[in-house]
Design a protein around this ligand. Structure first.
Ligand code: IMP
Ligand code: MG
Length: 180
């Protein structure tokens, strides 16, 4: 696997530091509560696993699986629920945990959907934010890193299901784009 260090890059050390900071912030905000972290599969599984272990408050976990880009790097704008939550979120303090906010279409849809299920509170925590690509507005309360408009892989983020296992975030190379 290429360990490309040119182009946009976030190191394992930077990620660890930032995840700890986010966890500290969330722990302060949810003191005395037991938040439910809702991870969006598959991309958020690594971020969620690291984040929850840094929390100082007790938390629960559930997952939602939504349709992804398939093999393309552009969003279709369509969101399909492939796997719904396994428990009710009524009265719960819910934090949606996502890998990256790009156009915002996925999170906008999920935020509105979960809002209808009467949670006590609903917030969004995204590891990466590609702000310049936003098409619809979405309230992101906790953000790991602002990133440029590049296709990024690693730390759970994939390209055609590859590269999720990288410990860092890096740009997809033109050769990798063409290899599909
Ligand atoms: P949105 O609906 O356009 O905000 O898309 C969000 C989803 O697109 C994320 O959950 C990712 O699965 C995927 N995505 C967007 N940008 C990237 C990227 O740079 N690398 C990998 N996946 C991405
Ligand atoms: Mg995703």
């Amino acid at each position: 696997m290429t360990n490309q260090k040119t182009g946009f890059f976030i190191s394992e050390e930077e990620i660890k530091k930032r995840v700890k900071e986010l966890a500290a912030q969330i722990s302060r905000d949810y003191q005395g509560k037991r938040p439910l972290l809702v991870g969006i599969l598959k991309g958020a599984f690594i971020f969620l696993a690291d984040l929850i272990r840094e929390l100082d408050v007790e938390a629960e976990v559930d997952f939602l699986a939504v349709s992804s880009y398939g093999k393309a790097t552009e969003t279709s704008g369509e969101v399909k629920i492939l796997k719904d939550l396994s428990e009710s979120i009524e009265g719960r303090d819910v934090i949606i945990v996502e890998d990256i906010v790009d156009t915002g279409l996925t999170l906008r849809y999920l935020y509105d959907l979960l809002s209808t299920r009467k949670p006590e509170s609903l917030k969004i925590c995204a590891f990466l934010d590609k702000k310049e690509r936003r098409i619809v507005e979405v309230p992101v309360h906790y953000i790991g890193f602002q990133v440029p408009d590049k296709f990024l892989v690693g730390y759970g983020l994939d390209f055609a299901e590859r590269y999720r296992q990288l410990k860092y975030i890096r740009e997809l190379t033109p050769e990798e784009v063409n290899s599909v």
